[in-house]
Design a protein around this ligand. Structure first.
Ligand SMILES: Cc1cc2nc3c(=O)[nH]c(=O)nc-3n(C[C@H](O)[C@H](O)[C@H](O)COP(=O)(O)O)c2cc1C
Length: 331
């Protein structure tokens, strides 16, 4: 019997397949289908800083406009006693998921500023979240902002939250750091239990007729997994931190490669949106078959066996074979 279990963020998981934030992880019905198909944990859709701020401003304006109004006029406006905020809904969802699912539920916060996140983080923890993923969605477009300042934003946010939240925290990172490995090390030193490599930034396009910027959402392709696999292989064994591979994991082959590189889990999103929750069962059975065929007893046994720390030729994972690669091209 092959043992697929793995440990991620200190959580014991039945296997390495964890659906990442998406509409599928936000509804109890689809979350149950993910669990039934074999998902070992799930990450909820993010709570967005922008959305909460906007909602708070709307509410303040509403209350303020009432306070300025005439007494009679106020009575015509319903006081929102039964009003439930985005945050309230989110907390309720965590409680509902925790009561209905057996797998760990990881909450996700998306934002760039510290203010507000501490209270929110505490509330997510109280609602029962097993861990917290921070998605610092920040495009460093200002030429006056240095890379150190950008990195400090991440570190400050984590440090502040770490002081108030005791559940494991993982950071969903972009690949666009000058030194990814050093950034991961600094996050680990600041108290992160894990990192998810890498976030996908959605690239806006230009409409050639209207000359307007048009936002577009493209699902990932399996080719994108290679960047993740490479960086996990470079980091595994050198920094003591949980590693999640995210972005482009659509089939068992790419997932097995991520595990060989040293990932503790792989996150799945696009493939589940395309194939449905039941695809997790197919992936788990293909991974099991590969392990059997290659005479491994468990995921733990094969995990990290092709990482840089244990590679016979570490240079193959780094830059020095670049020349061989470009020379290998045949027209
Ligand atoms: C429709 C949709 C909604 C998403 N919502 C979130 C979100 O709320 N928070 C987040 O961190 N990532 C979100 N993501 C990103 C995914 O969790 C995942 O990181 C990304 O799609 C890459 O993984 P994949 O290649 O398996 O799709 C979303 C992606 C899609 C397609």
């Amino acid at each position: 019997m092959i043992d697929l279990s793995t440990e991620y963020l200190g959580l014991k998981l039945a296997n390495p397949l964890v659906p990442s934030s998406s509409p599928l992880t936000g509804e109890l019905d689809s979350a149950k289908r993910l669990e039934d198909a074999g998902a070992s944990a799930l990450v909820l859709p993010s709570l967005f800083e922008q959305a909460i701020e906007y909602e708070q401003k709307q509410l303040e304006q509403f209350v303020h406009s009432q306070a300025l109004g005439h007494y009679e006029a106020q009575s015509y406006q319903p006081v929102p006693e039964d009003y439930t905020s985005e945050l309230d809904n989110h907390l309720e969802r965590i409680q509902q998921f925790k009561a209905s699912l057996d797998i760990p539920v990881i909450a996700s916060l998306n934002g760039i500023s510290t203010s507000g996140w501490i209270d929110t983080g505490k509330e997510l923890q109280q609602a029962g979240a097993d861990a917290l993923e921070l998605n610092v969605y920040y495009i460093a477009a200002d030429p006056d902002t240095s890379s150190v300042e950008v990195e400090n934003r991440y570190l400050q946010l984590l440090t502040d939250l770490r002081q108030h939240v005791s559940i494991p925290i993982t950071m969903k990172l972009s690949s666009q750091f000058s030194s990814v490995a050093n950034m991961v090390l600094k996050l680990q030193q600041a108290g992160a239990h894990g990192v998810s490599l890498f976030n996908r930034f959605y690239q806006p396009d230009i409409d050639l007729e209207t000359l307007r910027i048009k936002p577009q959402l493209e699902l990932s392709t399996p080719m994108e997994s290679l960047l993740r696999i490479r960086w996990i292989a470079l980091i595994r064994g050198r920094i003591d931190i949980s590693l999640a591979a995210t972005g482009g994991f659509h089939n068992a082959d790419t997932i097995i490669k991520a595990l060989l590189a040293g990932a503790d889990v792989t996150h799945l999103c696009s493939v589940l949106l395309q194939q449905g929750p039941s695809h997790i069962a197919t992936l788990n059975s293909r991974i099991t078959r590969w392990l059997e065929e290659h005479e491994y007893e468990s995921v733990a046994q094969m995990k990290g066996s092709v990482c840089r720390s244990c590679a016979i030729n570490p240079a193959a994972l780094e830059h020095s074979n670049y020349l061989d690669v470009i020379k290998s091209y045949e027209a």
